[in-house]
Design a protein around this ligand. Structure first.
Ligand code: 3IO
Length: 338
């Protein structure tokens, strides 16, 4: 028995250790190594989808590719993800497009209050839209996939039961969600999700406006005992790769990644919808969180009405095909919501 174990150990040593040293000067020795940067902590959905993508790529390329993941802004932070990938600081990066709405103008149209019902539909809509338009801000990178969060709701330390209650309350949001908070009368404060735990702890903000899985994943339910249900808008994300690195990959590896694009968008949307529901149940049962339907819902909706048309008018004036994009988003929502 002991001898068999020693023999096995010797074989493993020969195969993995000696095999990985390789011959000096030999080309193509060992797998292609890729770094993948992400900004929030490992338990959150952007990192869960990152690990899923890593596992699938490693499996489908039969060990030809090894991906090292860097969650929690250990390699690149939320706002330098795009430029860091372009510069090659990381080979791959996951970014929230809502953190730079002036940069990713047209893809952020998905964060208008257009009634995207869930993250699966949102993700398919955003990914289709990207493949149709190949938005210019992504021209310097290879886009691997895109997806969205579930629709946003207000999580707060104080109860917000009507429009009166939200006036002047400091709430954190970014991009399209930030614009919505403003028209409802909140004191909107912009910062990435990864900065929000500290802001809530310190009392810089009284709550946030985002998808509800964060109540559980960031333990926000321990501080925010109230959720006001608004069910709009989503936050759009993108996963991008350094273009030179992409071009250096073997064709069969590129194909594996190309084939994963749509699947990853749908997987992430479906996963997000599931954990958002789980988080609601957990917040109610374990944290005593109260879920509120605004008593004056029609008034909230009325305030949203001008946002889309105002955005179209402003962006058309700046030379963007904003009207066409919004029409496409509406049609794609219809297509995928069925
Ligand atoms: C988000 C970002 C990082 C980790 C979990 C998250 N859930 C929802 C978001 C959306 C977002 O980027 C934000 O800032 O609300």
């Amino acid at each position: 028995m002991k001898r068999q174990i020693l023999l096995l150990a010797a074989i493993f040593f020969a195969v993995f250790v000696i095999g990985s040293i390789g011959t000096p000067g030999e080309a193509n020795a060992g797998p292609v190594k890729l770094s993948y940067a992400n900004f929030p902590p490992p338990v959150t959905f952007p990192c869960v989808q990152m690990e899923r993508w890593k596992d699938e790529v490693e499996k489908r390329t039969n060990g030809k590719v090894v991906i090292n993941t860097f969650p929690g802004s250990t390699l690149l932070g939320p706002k330098d993800m795009m430029d860091g990938v372009i510069a090659g600081t990381a080979d791959i990066g996951n970014l929230c497009q809502a953190y730079q709405p002036g940069r990713f103008v047209l893809s952020n149209a998905t964060a208008l209050p257009l009634g995207i019902p869930n993250a699966r539909v949102g993700s398919m809509v955003l990914w289709d839209l990207y493949r149709k338009y190949n938005f210019e801000p992504f021209n310097k990178v290879k886009v691997l996939t895109m997806f969205t969060t579930a629709p946003s709701n207000i999580m707060s330390k104080v109860p917000i039961r009507n429009l009166n209650d939200i006036q002047g309350v400091s709430l954190r949001a970014s991009g399209g969600a930030a614009q919505i908070l403003k028209v409802w009368g909140a004191n909107q404060i912009g910062m990435p999700m990864s900065a929000t735990p500290e802001a809530l702890q310190k009392g810089t903000v009284q709550g946030l406006f985002s998808s509800l899985e964060v109540m559980k994943d960031f333990k926000f339910a321990e501080l925010c005992k109230y959720v006001t249900m608004t069910q709009t808008p989503i936050y759009p994300f993108a996963v991008v790769m350094n273009m030179d690195k992409w071009n250096s990959l073997p064709k069969d590896v590129q194909k594996v990644m190309e084939d994963l694009g749509t699947e990853q968008a749908e997987w992430t949307g479906t996963y997000m919808d599931k954990i958002a529901l789980e988080s609601i149940a957990w917040s109610k049962a374990n944290q005593g969180v109260e879920f509120i339907e605004p008593s004056d819902k029609a008034q909230w909706d009325k305030k949203l009405k001008p946002i889309v048309d105002a955005w179209i008018a402003k962006k058309e004036k700046e030379g963007f095909p904003a009207k066409e994009i919004v029409a496409d988003i509406r049609a794609l929502i219809k297509k995928y919501a069925e």
